[in-house]
Design a protein around this ligand. Structure first.
Ligand SMILES: [Zn+2]
Length: 446
């Protein structure tokens, strides 16, 4: 791959260790890595791309999602329900999904994520009806060009055992662990620059057994992969934990080995002070999903308190059926605004939220090779054109990214390769993808 120089960024937001913002700056990419940063770099035969008029940031990192839900957005009966009722409405529809539905749903979600500046997404796939496999989503990520951290999710406690999901959507626990081993061995890449890393992710404490939670943690540590689940999402979730397990979710997680820097939990809206302290001490990560929490009326996660205590917090758009969008920069804006609703206008700055959305996400996903624009880091880069209408009149082009716009990238690079150019997907024809999802949707709605 020949070298590429991004020329004359209006501002390069590095998110490096000193959080430098450099005006009128070039950035050189070679072999998927950032090899130089500074004004007026020597060309040395490199290709160039003019990024004057643009703010250049690290690619945004999405740490929680259920890409399969993209084909079940705005389902009428689920529009106004709380979490448990919302799940019970959607389970029967999800039970009809095929491998093709999974792939197409994931591609649509990832395409939208890419256009909104996301270069690395995780995914939590916890149901496998009709021959669905984790690789259906891995193929989707490769087709769009995003870096991908899929997790082998699972549900094992069906309705007949007092769980929430229908029996048809739960799996045998031994089979779950076997398939987790299969996908880790087949797809997990621990090396720097990896495009795919696999995690282990039972769906939630209310859909799997205590034994599976413990075995999943043992397996993940044996394989050197990360652990992920939903935790303390809303009041119903806390009540379930107290009634079924006789303790709060944080304590349940700790008892079963679900704390540590190789673990990240989605939501954590209802963590109390002692749980925040536990997560800080144990370096347990949190995927904050503000739009989903608003959509389901779950509450506002204590992000300010978590950050002040030292908890590693990142952002997630969550499943598209509870958002219902896949817009990463919009998620960061929502997170910023909600912390101000909760704690006051000076509680969270744009720069801090951009850090959570980029460097913070990389940290939570265990990626010390990306999340900042610095020499030696992987070239995952978002280019935001701030010369258009959305940012017109903005005095601070970096703050414009969250306070006014743009809401889409002009260009996105992953591992130095273009994924979005001039606000269009490079590898996938968007019109063809929309046609494919129409066919899947017609079948699902029939
Ligand atoms: Zn979720």
């Amino acid at each position: 791959m020949s070298a590429l120089i991004l020329r004359k960024a209006r501002v390069l937001v590095t998110m490096d260790d000193t959080r430098r913002e450099i005006a009128d700056c070039d950035l050189r990419i070679e072999g998927g890595v950032i090899t130089a940063i500074g004004p007026d770099l020597a060309l040395d035969g490199a290709e160039t791309l003019d990024v004057s008029g643009c703010v250049v940031t690290p690619g945004l990192v999405n740490t929680h999602h259920h890409l399969y839900q993209t084909l079940t957005r705005t389902v009428p009966a689920a529009q106004d329900a709380l979490l448990f009722g919302w799940l019970q409405t959607l389970y029967p529809i999800w039970a009809r999904m095929t491998p093709e539905d999974m792939r197409v749903s994931a591609e649509v979600g990832l395409a939208e994520l890419a256009l909104s500046g996301c270069s690395l997404s995780s995914d939590h796939l916890y149901l496998y009806p009709n021959g669905v496999r984790l690789e259906d989503t891995i193929e989707a990520a490769a087709a769009i060009g995003l870096r991908f951290h899929p997790t082998r999710g699972a549900m094992s406690i069906g309705e007949s055992d007092g769980g929430l999901p229908p029996d048809s959507l739960v799996e045998d626990e031994a089979a779950i662990l076997d398939d987790a081993i299969r996908v880790i061995d087949a797809f997990h890449d621990p090396t720097p620059g990896a495009m795919v890393r696999v995690g282990v992710a039972p769906c939630s404490p209310f859909s799997v057994s205590r034994g599976l939670m413990r075995d999943a943690a043992l397996l993940a540590r044996d394989k050197g992969v990360m652990l992920h689940t939903h935790l303390a999402e809303n009041d119903e979730d806390i009540a379930y934990s107290e009634a079924q397990f006789g303790c709060r979710p944080g304590q349940y997680a700790e008892e079963l080995g679900w704390t540590g820097e190789d673990v990240w939990h989605a939501h954590c809206v209802k963590l109390d002070e002692s749980e925040i302290d536990l997560f800080a001490r144990s370096r347990t990560g949190v995927a904050h999903c503000p739009c989903s929490n608003c959509r389901l009326g779950s509450g506002i996660a204590p992000v300010r308190a978590m950050r002040d205590a030292g908890v590693h917090v990142a952002l997630g758009v969550d499943g598209s059926a509870s958002n219902d969008g896949n817009g990463m920069i919009a998620e960061a804006r929502m997170a910023l605004l909600l912390q101000r609703v909760q704690n006051g206008a000076d509680a969270m700055s744009v720069r801090e939220m951009l850090e959570i959305a980029t460097r913070g996400g990389a940290q939570v996903l265990g990626r010390d090779d990306l999340g900042q624009l610095a020499v030696g880091m992987r070239a995952d880069i978002a280019v935001w054109d701030v010369s258009g209408l959305e940012a017109a009149g903005a005095w601070d082009p970096v703050a414009a990214l969250l306070l006014s716009g743009p809401s889409q990238v002009r260009d996105l690079f992953v591992e130095g390769r273009p994924v979005v150019r001039e606000s269009r997907l490079v590898r996938r024809d968007a019109a063809a993808l929309i046609a494919e999802q129409s066919r899947c949707l017609a079948r699902l709605m029939a």
